[in-house]
Write a protein that binds this ligand. Structure first.
Ligand code: ATP
Ligand code: MG
Length: 398
């Protein structure tokens, strides 16, 4: 009697951009594999039957103890930078009868979740050790499934259900459900940045964009304390948690900034206050970056959005930074930022009202076209180095 074919619950993780990276490819793949293992082993992702991750011909394979786990893992993995697509299905032996059984089981399951009428078989073999070629596989698998689902129709263009069969490394992978991943590159493949994170709408989106390009992010928040309550601190902690599924923001540092703003408000002309607050933030950002081994600062600025975000003011503020200041949202419209914040899950938190250092000692008419020749002499009279040292001693991690 023929042995029953063994079915395994699987996710296939596709990552084409890493595939383009030539010599770096093995490093990217190792990084992505490690990030996936870490995400799935966390308490936030309890998988009843465990999960084993391995590499197979240009993809990562997750084998799970339970089919519901495969779905839970796929939803989780789709958020991890570097993942382009995740398919959920079954692995079986490279025998047609086993493939038919796996396909039927998956297609019936899909029928129960979302009824379908038309289908198409998309088969391929990664190597030639399976004797039948892809065209022929499509034809014979399609014919058999049409017999098993005789009330359904095969349709080449835009079918309701696409059944994928891949003959790879001695196994057959069968799936009909695929979800889109966030794309980008695995966190850890691009070094570290310090992101100036307010509790506003823009900077969490900016941080997310850098994580998606593979950077690790140290978030640096300036709170208004002791001049304001600590509401903004709770919000940035919640924002860090909201961004946790993407896996890139591993540290959050908070600076009680209120008393420095008070000092600045007394020492510099009112219209230049914001410029000086921001220059001091950047000076602290550079010092923190050095400690953290980070190679750039990141902000959520977008050109012209508020008074401090004119080209003149950006020039005057940037002049204090040794490190490049990355502004991933510089050419982005507000509505686009809102849409992205909604997609990544930070919008609601960012919309909560809060007092932070931005609201503190604000002038009525802030300068929109600051000049370096005016700002630098005043700046050079301030005890900036001593303040930065003091701030580094007083910042804390959340
Ligand atoms: P956001 O929505 O990110 O707060 P914004 O449109 O309110 O941005 P600004 O308040 O001018 O603009 O801030 C510009 C950038 O400066 C922010 O995107 C952020 O990177 C940084 N920033 C502003 N306030 C803080 C803060 N309290 N702590 C850390 N970074 C800040
Ligand atoms: Mg702000």
């Amino acid at each position: 009697m023929a042995q029953e074919p063994v079915f395994r619950n699987i996710c296939l993780v596709h990552y084409h951009e890493i595939g383009l990276k030539g010599r770096n490819r093995p490093r990217f793949e190792r990084q992505l594999k490690g990030n996936i293992e870490k995400a799935l082993s966390g308490a936030a992702s309890p998988l009843t039957g465990g999960c084993v991750v391995s590499r197979i011909s240009g993809r990562l394979l997750l084998v799970l103890g339970d089919f519901e786990d495969a779905w839970a893992a796929a939803r989780r993995v789709a958020l991890i930078p570097g993942v382009v697509r995740v398919s959920v299905g079954l692995r079986t032996v490279q025998q047609l009868e086993a493939v038919y059984e796996a396909a039927q089981w998956l297609m019936e399951r899909r029928e129960a979740a979302a009824p379908w009428q038309t289908f198409k078989v998309d088969a391929r073999r990664a190597n030639t050790n399976f004797a039948t070629d892809s065209m022929e596989l499509n034809r014979i698998i399609g014919q058999e499934l049409h017999e098993r689902f005789s009330e359904k129709t095969i349709r080449m263009q835009d079918p309701d259900l696409r059944l994928h069969v891949e003959m790879v490394e001695g196994s057959a992978f069968v799936y009909c459900d695929t979800m889109r991943g966030v794309g980008g590159l695995p966190v850890g493949s691009a070094g570290r940045v310090v992101c100036l994170l307010s509790a506003g709408l823009d900077s969490p989106v900016a941080a997310w964009r850098l994580m998606r390009r593979g950077a690790r992010v140290t978030a640096l928040h300036f709170s208004g304390r002791p001049e304001t309550p600590d509401t903004s601190e709770h919000l940035v902690v919640a924002l860090k948690d909201a961004l946790a599924p993407y896996g890139g923001m591993d540290r959050l540092l908070i600076v009680p900034f209120g008393s420095y703003q008070r000092s600045l408000s007394l020492l510099v002309p009112a219209d230049l206050r914001v410029i000086f607050y921001r220059r001091l933030m950047f000076a602290v950002g550079n010092a923190v970056a050095e400690r953290e081994g980070a190679k750039a600062l990141v902000t959520g600025e977008s050109l012209g959005q508020v008074a401090s975000q004119t080209l003149d003011n950006i020039l005057v503020v940037d002049a204090v930074s040794q490190l490049p200041v990355l502004r991933p949202l510089i050419g982005t419209d507000k509505q686009e930022i809102i849409d992205e914040a909604l997609r990544i899950g930070t919008f609601e938190l960012s919309s909560q009202s809060h007092e932070d250092c931005c609201t503190l000692f604000m002038p009525r008419n802030p300068e929109t076209h600051a000049k370096l020749s005016v700002v630098e002499p005043l700046w050079n009279e301030l005890p900036i180095a001593a303040w930065v040292d003091e701030i580094l001693t007083g910042l804390y991690q959340r």
